[in-house]
Design a protein around this ligand. Structure first.
Ligand code: LMR
Length: 401
Protein backbone atom coordinates (compact mmCIF):
# COMPACT_ATOMS: atom_id res chain seq x y z
CA UNK A 1 0.00 0.00 0.00
CA UNK A 2 1.12 3.53 -0.66
CA UNK A 3 -0.48 6.94 -0.94
CA UNK A 4 -0.34 6.92 -4.74
CA UNK A 5 -2.92 4.13 -5.02
CA UNK A 6 -5.52 5.59 -2.64
CA UNK A 7 -9.08 5.40 -3.97
CA UNK A 8 -12.03 7.30 -2.42
CA UNK A 9 -13.64 5.86 0.71
CA UNK A 10 -17.42 5.33 0.66
CA UNK A 11 -19.52 8.11 2.24
CA UNK A 12 -20.64 7.67 5.84
CA UNK A 13 -23.90 5.73 5.83
CA UNK A 14 -25.69 8.37 7.93
CA UNK A 15 -23.85 11.69 7.62
CA UNK A 16 -23.12 10.97 3.94
CA UNK A 17 -26.87 10.82 3.38
CA UNK A 18 -27.22 14.38 4.69
CA UNK A 19 -24.60 15.53 2.18
CA UNK A 20 -26.53 13.85 -0.64
CA UNK A 21 -29.78 15.38 0.65
CA UNK A 22 -28.29 18.88 0.66
CA UNK A 23 -27.24 18.48 -2.96
CA UNK A 24 -30.67 17.23 -4.05
CA UNK A 25 -32.37 20.07 -5.98
CA UNK A 26 -35.93 18.66 -5.66
CA UNK A 27 -37.99 21.17 -3.61
CA UNK A 28 -40.23 18.53 -1.99
CA UNK A 29 -37.28 16.53 -0.60
CA UNK A 30 -37.58 15.08 2.93
CA UNK A 31 -34.65 14.17 5.17
CA UNK A 32 -35.50 11.29 7.50
CA UNK A 33 -31.89 10.10 7.65
CA UNK A 34 -29.69 11.62 10.31
CA UNK A 35 -31.01 11.57 13.88
CA UNK A 36 -31.74 15.24 14.40
CA UNK A 37 -34.90 16.54 16.04
CA UNK A 38 -37.04 18.87 13.93
CA UNK A 39 -40.04 20.89 14.98
CA UNK A 40 -43.25 20.80 12.98
CA UNK A 41 -41.87 23.51 10.69
CA UNK A 42 -38.94 21.24 9.83
CA UNK A 43 -36.41 23.32 11.78
CA UNK A 44 -33.85 22.11 14.31
CA UNK A 45 -34.23 24.96 16.79
CA UNK A 46 -31.83 26.29 19.39
CA UNK A 47 -33.70 25.65 22.65
CA UNK A 48 -34.71 28.87 24.47
CA UNK A 49 -32.88 27.70 27.63
CA UNK A 50 -29.73 27.22 25.54
CA UNK A 51 -30.07 30.70 24.02
CA UNK A 52 -30.45 32.24 27.47
CA UNK A 53 -27.42 30.33 28.78
CA UNK A 54 -25.41 31.55 25.78
CA UNK A 55 -26.46 35.14 26.43
CA UNK A 56 -25.37 34.73 30.02
CA UNK A 57 -22.03 33.23 28.94
CA UNK A 58 -21.45 36.02 26.47
CA UNK A 59 -21.75 38.54 29.33
CA UNK A 60 -20.08 36.54 32.11
CA UNK A 61 -17.28 34.63 30.37
CA UNK A 62 -13.90 36.16 31.16
CA UNK A 63 -11.45 33.81 29.45
CA UNK A 64 -11.06 31.27 26.67
CA UNK A 65 -8.17 29.58 28.45
CA UNK A 66 -7.92 25.76 28.46
CA UNK A 67 -10.28 23.58 30.46
CA UNK A 68 -8.89 20.79 32.65
CA UNK A 69 -8.24 17.56 30.70
CA UNK A 70 -11.44 15.99 32.11
CA UNK A 71 -13.44 19.15 31.48
CA UNK A 72 -15.44 21.58 33.60
CA UNK A 73 -15.78 20.11 37.11
CA UNK A 74 -19.31 21.49 37.63
CA UNK A 75 -20.37 19.98 34.30
CA UNK A 76 -19.08 16.56 35.40
CA UNK A 77 -21.05 16.79 38.65
CA UNK A 78 -24.32 17.93 37.05
CA UNK A 79 -24.05 15.33 34.30
CA UNK A 80 -23.41 12.46 36.74
CA UNK A 81 -26.51 13.54 38.67
CA UNK A 82 -28.59 13.67 35.50
CA UNK A 83 -27.39 10.28 34.28
CA UNK A 84 -27.59 8.31 37.55
CA UNK A 85 -30.05 10.36 39.62
CA UNK A 86 -28.84 13.00 42.07
CA UNK A 87 -29.24 10.91 45.20
CA UNK A 88 -28.02 7.61 43.84
CA UNK A 89 -25.83 5.53 46.17
CA UNK A 90 -23.01 5.25 43.60
CA UNK A 91 -22.61 9.03 43.71
CA UNK A 92 -22.80 9.18 47.48
CA UNK A 93 -20.15 6.46 47.74
CA UNK A 94 -17.82 8.43 45.45
CA UNK A 95 -17.79 5.58 42.92
CA UNK A 96 -18.41 7.78 39.85
CA UNK A 97 -15.99 9.90 37.82
CA UNK A 98 -16.96 11.78 34.67
CA UNK A 99 -14.92 13.26 31.86
CA UNK A 100 -16.36 15.82 29.48
CA UNK A 101 -15.97 14.62 25.90
CA UNK A 102 -16.64 15.90 22.37
CA UNK A 103 -20.13 14.40 22.00
CA UNK A 104 -21.27 10.87 22.75
CA UNK A 105 -18.99 9.55 20.01
CA UNK A 106 -16.00 11.09 21.80
CA UNK A 107 -17.14 9.42 25.02
CA UNK A 108 -17.36 6.03 23.32
CA UNK A 109 -13.90 6.39 21.83
CA UNK A 110 -12.28 7.63 25.05
CA UNK A 111 -13.93 4.79 26.98
CA UNK A 112 -12.85 2.27 24.35
CA UNK A 113 -9.23 3.49 24.42
CA UNK A 114 -9.19 3.33 28.23
CA UNK A 115 -10.53 -0.24 28.26
CA UNK A 116 -8.22 -1.38 25.50
CA UNK A 117 -5.19 -0.35 27.55
CA UNK A 118 -6.11 -2.78 30.34
CA UNK A 119 -8.07 -5.43 28.43
CA UNK A 120 -6.12 -5.86 25.18
CA UNK A 121 -7.47 -9.31 24.40
CA UNK A 122 -11.16 -8.56 25.07
CA UNK A 123 -13.76 -8.32 22.32
CA UNK A 124 -16.69 -5.95 22.04
CA UNK A 125 -20.26 -7.22 21.57
CA UNK A 126 -22.70 -5.02 19.66
CA UNK A 127 -26.45 -5.47 19.24
CA UNK A 128 -27.59 -6.75 15.84
CA UNK A 129 -28.32 -4.23 14.46
CA UNK A 130 -26.72 -1.20 16.04
CA UNK A 131 -25.68 2.36 15.20
CA UNK A 132 -23.10 1.71 12.45
CA UNK A 133 -20.47 3.94 14.05
CA UNK A 134 -20.24 1.67 17.12
CA UNK A 135 -18.29 -0.86 15.12
CA UNK A 136 -16.08 1.87 13.66
CA UNK A 137 -15.30 3.43 17.04
CA UNK A 138 -14.46 0.18 18.86
CA UNK A 139 -12.46 -1.35 16.04
CA UNK A 140 -10.52 1.92 15.65
CA UNK A 141 -9.57 1.50 19.32
CA UNK A 142 -8.26 -1.98 18.49
CA UNK A 143 -11.13 -4.23 19.63
CA UNK A 144 -12.44 -7.10 17.53
CA UNK A 145 -16.22 -6.63 17.24
CA UNK A 146 -18.90 -9.29 17.30
CA UNK A 147 -22.69 -9.24 17.66
CA UNK A 148 -25.42 -10.43 19.98
CA UNK A 149 -28.99 -10.99 18.66
CA UNK A 150 -31.37 -8.13 19.40
CA UNK A 151 -34.09 -7.40 16.87
CA UNK A 152 -36.56 -9.93 15.54
CA UNK A 153 -37.85 -8.82 12.11
CA UNK A 154 -40.69 -11.34 12.31
CA UNK A 155 -42.22 -9.80 15.44
CA UNK A 156 -40.72 -6.34 14.87
CA UNK A 157 -39.74 -6.52 18.51
CA UNK A 158 -36.95 -7.68 20.77
CA UNK A 159 -35.54 -11.17 20.48
CA UNK A 160 -34.98 -11.37 24.21
CA UNK A 161 -34.53 -15.13 24.44
CA UNK A 162 -31.75 -15.22 21.90
CA UNK A 163 -30.23 -12.01 23.26
CA UNK A 164 -30.00 -13.33 26.82
CA UNK A 165 -28.75 -16.71 25.63
CA UNK A 166 -25.92 -14.97 23.74
CA UNK A 167 -25.09 -12.71 26.68
CA UNK A 168 -24.82 -15.80 28.92
CA UNK A 169 -21.95 -16.89 26.71
CA UNK A 170 -20.00 -13.63 26.60
CA UNK A 171 -16.61 -14.26 28.22
CA UNK A 172 -15.45 -12.46 31.35
CA UNK A 173 -14.02 -8.99 30.65
CA UNK A 174 -15.43 -8.72 27.15
CA UNK A 175 -17.37 -5.48 26.60
CA UNK A 176 -21.07 -5.38 25.80
CA UNK A 177 -22.48 -2.18 24.31
CA UNK A 178 -26.08 -1.57 25.43
CA UNK A 179 -28.42 1.27 24.47
CA UNK A 180 -30.02 2.60 27.66
CA UNK A 181 -33.16 3.78 25.84
CA UNK A 182 -34.48 4.61 22.35
CA UNK A 183 -32.40 1.91 20.68
CA UNK A 184 -30.68 3.16 17.54
CA UNK A 185 -31.71 2.09 14.88
CA UNK A 186 -34.74 -0.01 15.89
CA UNK A 187 -36.58 2.05 18.52
CA UNK A 188 -37.11 -1.26 20.38
CA UNK A 189 -36.14 -1.19 24.09
CA UNK A 190 -35.96 -3.69 26.94
CA UNK A 191 -38.54 -3.68 29.73
CA UNK A 192 -37.35 -2.98 33.28
CA UNK A 193 -37.70 -6.69 34.10
CA UNK A 194 -35.59 -7.63 31.08
CA UNK A 195 -32.91 -5.12 32.13
CA UNK A 196 -32.80 -6.77 35.55
CA UNK A 197 -32.25 -10.13 33.89
CA UNK A 198 -29.44 -8.76 31.73
CA UNK A 199 -27.76 -7.16 34.75
CA UNK A 200 -27.95 -10.50 36.58
CA UNK A 201 -26.31 -12.20 33.57
CA UNK A 202 -23.55 -9.57 33.51
CA UNK A 203 -22.92 -10.00 37.24
CA UNK A 204 -22.73 -13.80 36.82
CA UNK A 205 -20.60 -13.81 33.69
CA UNK A 206 -18.48 -10.77 34.67
CA UNK A 207 -18.60 -8.99 31.31
CA UNK A 208 -18.39 -5.22 31.20
CA UNK A 209 -21.47 -3.15 30.31
CA UNK A 210 -20.75 -0.04 28.24
CA UNK A 211 -23.93 2.02 27.86
CA UNK A 212 -24.66 4.41 25.03
CA UNK A 213 -27.03 7.01 26.49
CA UNK A 214 -27.71 9.46 23.66
CA UNK A 215 -31.48 9.92 24.01
CA UNK A 216 -32.23 10.52 27.70
CA UNK A 217 -35.67 12.12 27.87
CA UNK A 218 -36.78 11.10 24.38
CA UNK A 219 -38.28 7.75 25.45
CA UNK A 220 -40.57 8.02 28.48
CA UNK A 221 -38.96 10.79 30.53
CA UNK A 222 -35.60 11.93 31.90
CA UNK A 223 -35.89 9.73 34.99
CA UNK A 224 -37.71 6.77 33.52
CA UNK A 225 -35.23 6.54 30.65
CA UNK A 226 -32.35 5.72 33.00
CA UNK A 227 -34.15 2.65 34.40
CA UNK A 228 -32.03 0.26 32.33
CA UNK A 229 -28.85 1.44 34.04
CA UNK A 230 -30.04 1.06 37.60
CA UNK A 231 -29.79 -2.72 38.13
CA UNK A 232 -26.19 -2.65 36.89
CA UNK A 233 -25.35 -0.09 39.58
CA UNK A 234 -26.41 -2.65 42.22
CA UNK A 235 -23.54 -4.91 41.12
CA UNK A 236 -19.81 -4.39 41.68
CA UNK A 237 -19.16 -4.49 37.93
CA UNK A 238 -17.34 -1.65 36.20
CA UNK A 239 -20.01 0.35 34.33
CA UNK A 240 -19.26 2.85 31.59
CA UNK A 241 -21.77 5.33 30.21
CA UNK A 242 -21.33 7.48 27.10
CA UNK A 243 -23.79 10.36 27.48
CA UNK A 244 -24.64 12.80 24.72
CA UNK A 245 -26.42 16.15 24.90
CA UNK A 246 -26.76 16.52 21.14
CA UNK A 247 -30.42 15.55 21.17
CA UNK A 248 -31.89 16.48 24.56
CA UNK A 249 -30.20 19.91 24.61
CA UNK A 250 -30.14 20.24 20.80
CA UNK A 251 -26.38 20.85 21.04
CA UNK A 252 -25.51 18.79 17.96
CA UNK A 253 -22.70 20.94 16.62
CA UNK A 254 -21.29 21.87 20.02
CA UNK A 255 -20.12 18.26 20.52
CA UNK A 256 -21.16 18.01 24.14
CA UNK A 257 -20.93 14.64 25.84
CA UNK A 258 -19.46 12.84 28.81
CA UNK A 259 -17.92 9.54 29.74
CA UNK A 260 -19.08 8.41 33.18
CA UNK A 261 -17.21 5.60 34.91
CA UNK A 262 -18.66 3.67 37.83
CA UNK A 263 -16.00 1.75 39.76
CA UNK A 264 -16.41 -0.72 42.63
CA UNK A 265 -14.97 1.88 45.03
CA UNK A 266 -13.83 5.51 45.17
CA UNK A 267 -10.08 4.75 45.08
CA UNK A 268 -10.42 2.76 41.89
CA UNK A 269 -12.70 5.39 40.35
CA UNK A 270 -10.00 8.03 40.89
CA UNK A 271 -7.33 5.72 39.48
CA UNK A 272 -9.40 5.02 36.35
CA UNK A 273 -9.89 8.71 35.75
CA UNK A 274 -6.12 9.32 35.76
CA UNK A 275 -5.86 6.93 32.79
CA UNK A 276 -8.86 8.47 31.05
CA UNK A 277 -7.04 11.80 31.30
CA UNK A 278 -4.03 10.30 29.52
CA UNK A 279 -6.29 8.99 26.74
CA UNK A 280 -7.86 12.45 26.33
CA UNK A 281 -4.51 14.24 26.38
CA UNK A 282 -3.17 12.26 23.44
CA UNK A 283 -6.43 12.35 21.45
CA UNK A 284 -7.50 16.02 21.70
CA UNK A 285 -5.71 17.38 24.77
CA UNK A 286 -8.74 18.83 26.54
CA UNK A 287 -12.37 19.36 25.58
CA UNK A 288 -14.08 22.37 23.97
CA UNK A 289 -15.83 24.55 26.55
CA UNK A 290 -18.94 26.11 25.07
CA UNK A 291 -21.51 23.29 25.04
CA UNK A 292 -20.50 22.06 28.48
CA UNK A 293 -20.74 25.56 29.95
CA UNK A 294 -24.30 25.78 28.58
CA UNK A 295 -25.33 22.43 30.05
CA UNK A 296 -23.72 23.21 33.42
CA UNK A 297 -25.49 26.57 33.56
CA UNK A 298 -28.93 25.10 32.76
CA UNK A 299 -28.65 22.08 35.04
CA UNK A 300 -27.25 24.20 37.86
CA UNK A 301 -30.14 26.68 37.91
CA UNK A 302 -33.45 25.37 39.27
CA UNK A 303 -35.62 27.64 37.09
CA UNK A 304 -33.70 27.00 33.88
CA UNK A 305 -33.57 23.30 34.59
CA UNK A 306 -37.36 23.16 34.99
CA UNK A 307 -37.74 25.09 31.72
CA UNK A 308 -35.38 22.68 29.95
CA UNK A 309 -37.26 19.63 31.28
CA UNK A 310 -40.38 21.15 29.79
CA UNK A 311 -38.61 21.65 26.44
CA UNK A 312 -37.56 17.99 26.44
CA UNK A 313 -41.12 16.87 27.13
CA UNK A 314 -42.40 19.01 24.26
CA UNK A 315 -39.90 17.35 21.90
CA UNK A 316 -40.89 13.91 23.21
CA UNK A 317 -44.60 14.62 22.80
CA UNK A 318 -44.07 15.74 19.21
CA UNK A 319 -42.29 12.50 18.39
CA UNK A 320 -45.12 10.44 19.92
CA UNK A 321 -47.81 12.35 18.04
CA UNK A 322 -46.03 12.20 14.69
CA UNK A 323 -45.56 8.43 15.09
CA UNK A 324 -49.31 8.26 15.51
CA UNK A 325 -49.90 10.42 12.41
CA UNK A 326 -47.65 8.12 10.37
CA UNK A 327 -49.37 4.93 11.53
CA UNK A 328 -52.84 6.40 10.95
CA UNK A 329 -51.89 7.87 7.56
CA UNK A 330 -50.65 4.50 6.34
CA UNK A 331 -53.69 2.68 7.70
CA UNK A 332 -56.08 5.18 6.06
CA UNK A 333 -54.42 4.53 2.73
CA UNK A 334 -54.94 0.77 3.11
CA UNK A 335 -51.25 -0.10 3.55
CA UNK A 336 -50.69 -3.78 2.75
CA UNK A 337 -48.93 -4.27 6.08
CA UNK A 338 -49.78 -3.30 9.66
CA UNK A 339 -47.55 -0.47 10.82
CA UNK A 340 -48.94 -0.23 14.36
CA UNK A 341 -45.59 -1.52 15.70
CA UNK A 342 -44.32 2.05 15.10
CA UNK A 343 -46.40 3.13 18.11
CA UNK A 344 -44.51 0.81 20.43
CA UNK A 345 -41.04 1.94 19.33
CA UNK A 346 -39.46 4.71 21.37
CA UNK A 347 -37.29 7.70 20.59
CA UNK A 348 -36.43 9.31 17.31
CA UNK A 349 -36.05 6.18 15.26
CA UNK A 350 -38.35 3.69 13.74
CA UNK A 351 -37.26 0.52 12.04
CA UNK A 352 -39.91 0.83 9.35
CA UNK A 353 -39.78 -2.64 7.87
CA UNK A 354 -38.98 -1.13 4.46
CA UNK A 355 -36.59 -3.20 2.37
CA UNK A 356 -33.47 -1.89 0.62
CA UNK A 357 -35.21 -1.66 -2.77
CA UNK A 358 -37.99 0.40 -1.19
CA UNK A 359 -35.49 2.68 0.57
CA UNK A 360 -33.75 3.23 -2.78
CA UNK A 361 -37.08 3.85 -4.53
CA UNK A 362 -38.02 6.49 -1.95
CA UNK A 363 -34.68 8.27 -2.32
CA UNK A 364 -34.40 8.09 -6.10
CA UNK A 365 -38.00 8.60 -7.12
CA UNK A 366 -39.45 10.54 -4.19
CA UNK A 367 -36.50 12.49 -2.72
CA UNK A 368 -37.22 10.89 0.68
CA UNK A 369 -33.98 10.05 2.48
CA UNK A 370 -34.01 7.06 4.86
CA UNK A 371 -31.00 5.19 6.25
CA UNK A 372 -30.28 1.80 4.61
CA UNK A 373 -31.95 -0.99 6.59
CA UNK A 374 -35.13 1.09 6.71
CA UNK A 375 -34.44 3.35 9.70
CA UNK A 376 -36.70 6.41 9.66
CA UNK A 377 -35.98 9.46 11.80
CA UNK A 378 -39.59 10.08 12.79
CA UNK A 379 -38.57 13.42 14.29
CA UNK A 380 -38.12 14.65 10.71
CA UNK A 381 -41.79 14.03 9.82
CA UNK A 382 -44.02 17.10 9.95
CA UNK A 383 -47.72 17.74 9.44
CA UNK A 384 -46.72 19.19 6.05
CA UNK A 385 -44.77 16.19 4.74
CA UNK A 386 -46.62 13.29 6.41
CA UNK A 387 -49.20 12.87 3.61
CA UNK A 388 -46.51 12.90 0.93
CA UNK A 389 -44.50 10.41 2.98
CA UNK A 390 -47.47 8.05 3.45
CA UNK A 391 -48.41 8.21 -0.25
CA UNK A 392 -44.80 7.51 -1.20
CA UNK A 393 -44.44 4.58 1.22
CA UNK A 394 -47.62 3.03 -0.19
CA UNK A 395 -46.17 3.38 -3.69
CA UNK A 396 -42.84 1.92 -2.53
CA UNK A 397 -44.62 -1.08 -0.98
CA UNK A 398 -46.20 -1.77 -4.38
CA UNK A 399 -42.77 -1.85 -6.02
CA UNK A 400 -41.13 -5.25 -6.56
CA UNK A 401 -38.48 -5.71 -3.83
C1 LMR B 1 -27.77 9.12 14.03
O1 LMR B 1 -27.72 7.92 14.35
O2 LMR B 1 -28.34 9.52 13.02
C2 LMR B 1 -27.12 10.13 14.93
O3 LMR B 1 -26.63 9.51 16.08
C3 LMR B 1 -26.11 10.97 14.23
C4 LMR B 1 -24.86 10.24 13.89
O4 LMR B 1 -23.79 10.73 14.29
O5 LMR B 1 -24.88 9.20 13.24
Amino acid sequence: MNLQTVTPAPPDVILGLTEAFKKDPRPHKVNLGVGVFMDDAGRTPVLPTVKRAEEHLCRAETTKSYLPIAGLPEYGERVSELVFGARHAVLQAGRVRSAQTPGGTGALRVGAEFLRKFLPSSRVWLSAPTWPNHRGVFTAAGFAATEYPYYNPATRGLNFDRMSEALENVPENDLVVLHVCCHNPTGVDLTDAQWREVAAIAARRRWIPFFDFAYQGFGTGLEADRAGLLPFLETDLPVLVAASFSKNFGLYNERTGALALVAPNATLASAWLTHVRIVVRVLYSNPPAHGAAIVAKILGDAGERAAWEQEVSVMRARIVSIRDALVKGLRRRGAPMDFSFIHAQRGMFSFSGLQEAQVTFLREKKAIYIVGGGRINVAGITTRNVDYLCDSIIEALGEPS
